[in-house]
Design a protein around this ligand. Structure first.
Ligand SMILES: [Fe+2]
Length: 154
């Protein structure tokens, strides 16, 4: 492989900085808001995927086989969603999730710190969990919006 000439390097750098050519009727602000919400959703789906696999791998009890298969099927469906969500963000010219750390910063799902037997999957206090989840959801969505990269004007 021959090394790139200075002109070729310059062209590559310019192409790297160039905005995506993704025509949309949405305003710049709208694409930022939509991508922020979609990226938060994408992070949630990845987090829920891993949580579902956690249940699949670690559950025990009298209905082991049924739940084991159910969680695996759900995990497959969650993983299948991720590509469509990410590509919708790219379609409006915005960046999407790039790393596990990025998922960790954006995801709004609660953390499971307990052992995950089938009996503990249902939360004992759903109302409190829902309030906590909604508060975390609002914080993560605001963070995702505030960190969305501004797209250069067309
Ligand atoms: Fe499995």
């Amino acid at each position: 492989m021959t090394p790139a000439s200075p002109t070729e390097v310059q062209e590559l750098m310019e192409r790297q900085r160039a905005p995506l050519n993704t025509p949309t009727d949405l305003t710049d602000e709208a694409t930022r808001d939509v991508s922020g919400a979609m990226n938060a959703l994408l992070a949630d789906v990845f987090a829920l995927y891993l949580k579902t696999k956690n249940f699949h791998w670690h559950l025990s009890g009298p209905h082991f086989r049924d739940y084991h298969l159910l969680f695996d099927e759900q995990a497959d469906q969650l993983l299948a969603m991720t590509d469509d969500i990410a590509e919708r963000v790219r379609k409006i010219g915005r960046p999407t999730i790039k790393s596990v750390g990025h998922i960790s910063r954006l995801q709004r799902s609660w953390t499971t710190t307990r052992s995950t037997s089938t009996r503990r999957i249902c939360w004992p206090n759903c109302a409190r969990t829902t309030r906590r989840w909604r508060a975390a959801c609002a914080r993560r969505t605001a963070f995702a919006r505030s960190t969305a990269t501004s797209r250069p004007p067309a």
